[in-house]
Design a protein around this ligand. Structure first.
Ligand SMILES: *Cc1c(COP(=O)(O)O)cnc(C)c1O
Length: 464
C-alpha cells in the first residue's frame, strides 16, 4: 500500500469530535467552560494527535481517546489553578504581596457580605435623601488618626497621585534624594511626580539631607514639601534627615503644605514588635504633617485602599478634583475599611485583625504550636521533621530589616526534593505555600490561622 493511503486508513482511528464530547471528561469540561470553548479545546487536542500521527504513525483509537481525555483533564486543572482562591500561607511573611497582602478580619468579611446586597452607600437612612459615600469610614479614619478630615481612594499610589496633582500641579515639589524610592510594582516617586504634573526638586544626598537643604530649595515655584517613608529599603551608617516636626515648621513658615507618604499605615504603636521605624500616623499628624497617606492593606490589615488624612481645607480640595471620581473605591472596600477601623476604635485590633494578631504572637507561643504540630504529624516517620529557630518577615514593602523570631518546622521528605514537595503542597486544595532553605521545606505557623492548622497537618500527612 502506498504510504499516504496507509496514513488515510490509520487516520480513521482518529476519534471524531462528537465521540469525544460524549466522554465524562468532556462533559466536565463543557460544564465548566461552555460549548464553544470545549469545542475549541477538543479540536486542538485532536489536531495534536493528528500531528503526532503524521510523524510517528497513528495509535489505536482507544489510546487516542485516552490521550485526548488527559489533555482535557489538564485544561481543567490548569483552569482551577489560575482561578483566584484561598491559599494557606505557611511562609511566615505576614503582609505577603503575592498572596494578597492582608487577610481580612471576620468583621470585615461580614461587612463586605452585607454590603454586597443593596446597601446605603450613598443614602442617608435618617432623612431618606442622598448621603455621602464613605462618610462613616472617613469619619472613623479621622478620629483614629487625630486628623481633621479623611479621604479614601483606590490605593496609596492613587493617594499620592491625587495629592500631588491637586496641590502641586505645575509647581515644584521638594524631595530628599534619600527618598526618591521605588516601592515595587512600579511605584516610583519621580514617575508619580511626573504623572501628577508637578516638577521634582531633588535636594541633599542619598544618605544625608539637612533642614537647610530644604530651606535653600524653597522658591516662588515651590508648591509642596514631600516626605516619603522609604518602606522597603534602609540607608544605614552616616545618615541624616530632619525630624518631621522641624520640616513641618519650615513648610508652615513658608505657607507650604507638608505631605508625608507614610506607606505601611501603622495606626497603633508596634515598636515593641520591632516596627519602631514605621511612622505612627497619629504622630505624623501631631508633628504637623498637613496630609499623610498610607495603604489600607498593609499594617492596617484591611483591603487595598489609599488612606488620606490631614487638614480639612486640603482634603476638601482633593475631594473636588475630578480625578478623585476615577480613584474612589467601591462599596465593598468601604464596608471592609469601616469594619476594620471600628476594631481599632474599639481597641480590639490585636485580637481581631489577623495581621495585628500575627505580628504580636510571641516566639514562645509559636514554639508551643510548632511542638504540638510536630507531635501530631504522623507523617514524621517518612520525613525528617524538626523545629529550628528562625525569623518571620513583615513583608509588603514594610520594615525590611525587621526579623520576628519564630519557630520553623523544617521538613525533609524521604523521596521528594524540597522543591518537589513544595510543588505537591501547592497542588492541594487549599494550596499550601511554604518556604525553602537548604533543601528543606520550612513552615512558619505565624501566618497560619489556628483554625487552619488541622488542614495543614492533614496536607503534610497526606503528602508523606
Ligand atoms: C506601599 C507603599 C506605596 C504603595 O501603596 P499601594 O497601596 O500598594 O498603592 C506607596 N508609598 C509607600 C511609601 C509605600 O510603602
Amino acid at each position: 500500500m502506498p504510504a499516504d493511503s496507509k496514513n488515510k486508513t490509520e487516520l480513521r482511528n482518529l476519534p471524531s469530535v462528537d465521540s469525544i464530547l460524549q466522554t465524562d471528561t468532556a462533559k466536565l469540561v463543557e460544564n465548566k467552560f461552555g460549548r464553544d470553548k470545549t469545542l475549541n479545546i477538543v479540536r486542538t487536542a485532536i489536531d495534536r494527535i493528528r500531528d503526532v500521527a503524521a510523524s510517528n504513525g497513528m495509535q489505536s483509537k482507544e489510546a487516542a481517546i485516552a490521550e485526548i481525555e488527559r489533555y482535557l483533564q489538564r485544561a481543567l486543572s490548569s483552569e482551577s489553578k489560575h482561578r483566584i482562591q484561598r491559599v494557606i500561607n505557611a511562609t511566615g511573611i505576614v503582609i505577603h504581596t503575592n498572596l494578597g497582602r492582608s487577610p481580612l478580619s471576620e468583621a470585615a468579611v461580614a461587612s463586605i457580605s452585607a454590603a454586597s446586597s443593596y446597601c446605603n452607600l450613598e443614602y442617608d437612612l435618617e432623612t431618606g435623601a442622598r448621603g455621602r459615600r464613605g462618610r462613616q469610614a472617613e469619619k472613623l479614619l479621622a478620629e483614629i488618626t487625630g486628623a481633621e478630615e479623611a479621604l479614601i481612594v483606590n490605593n496609596c499610589a492613587a493617594a499620592a497621585l491625587l495629592v500631588l496633582s491637586t496641590l502641586a500641579k505645575a509647581g515644584e515639589v521638594i524631595v530628599s534624594r534619600g527618598e526618591l524610592v521605588e516601592i515595587g510594582g512600579d511605584f516610583r516617586i519621580p514617575d508619580v511626580l511626573e504623572q501628577s504634573g508637578a516638577k521634582l526638586k531633588e535636594i541633599g544626598t542619598t544618605n544625608r539631607t539637612k533642614l537647610t537643604d530644604y530651606e535653600r530649595a524653597i522658591s516662588s515655584e515651590t508648591k509642596l514639601i514631600l516626605r516619603v517613608h522609604p518602606s522597603n529599603y534602609r540607608i544605614t551608617g552616616f545618615t541624616e534627615t530632619p525630624e518631621l516636626s522641624d520640616l513641618a515648621a519650615l513648610a508652615h513658615k513658608h505657607d507650604l503644605p507638608l505631605f508625608e507618604d507614610a506607606g505601611s499605615g501603622m495606626l497603633v504603636d508596634l515598636a515593641e514588635f520591632g516596627l519602631g521605624d514605621e511612622p505612627l500616623i497619629r504622630s505624623s499628624i501631631d508633628d504637623g504633617a498637613d496630609i499623610v497617606s498610607f495603604s489600607g492593606d498593609k499594617l492596617m490589615g484591611g483591603v487595598q485602599a489609599g488612606m488620606i488624612v490631614g487638614r480639612k481645607v486640603l482634603i476638601q480640595r482633593l475631594r473636588k478634583n475630578p480625578m478623585y471620581r476615577a480613584l474612589r473605591v467601591d462599596k465593598l472596600a468601604y464596608a471592609a475599611i469601616e469594619a476594620t477601623l471600628s476594631l481599632f476604635a474599639q481597641g480590639t485590633a490585636f485580637d481581631e485583625i489577623p495581621v495585628m494578631r500575627m505580628l504580636s504572637i510571641s516566639d514562645e507561643d509559636l514554639k508551643k504550636r510548632a511542638v504540638s504540630f510536630v507531635e501530631k504529624a504522623s507523617a514524621a516517620k517518612s520525613m525528617k521533621i524538626e523545629i529550628i529557630d528562625g525569623n518571620s518577615a513583615i513583608g509588603g514593602g514594610a520594615a525590611p530589616g525587621v526579623m520576628l523570631p519564630t519557630a520553623l518546622i523544617a521538613i525533609e521528605h524521604a523521596k521528594l526534593s524540597a522543591n518537589e514537595f513544595a510543588s505537591v503542597l501547592r497542588s492541594l486544595e487549599p494550596p499550601v505555600i511554604t518556604r525553602l532553605a537548604d533543601d528543606k521545606l520550612l513552615i512558619d505557623l505565624r501566618t497560619v490561622a489556628e483554625s487552619d492548622e488541622e488542614i495543614l497537618l492533614k496536607s503534610i500527612n497526606d503528602a508523606a
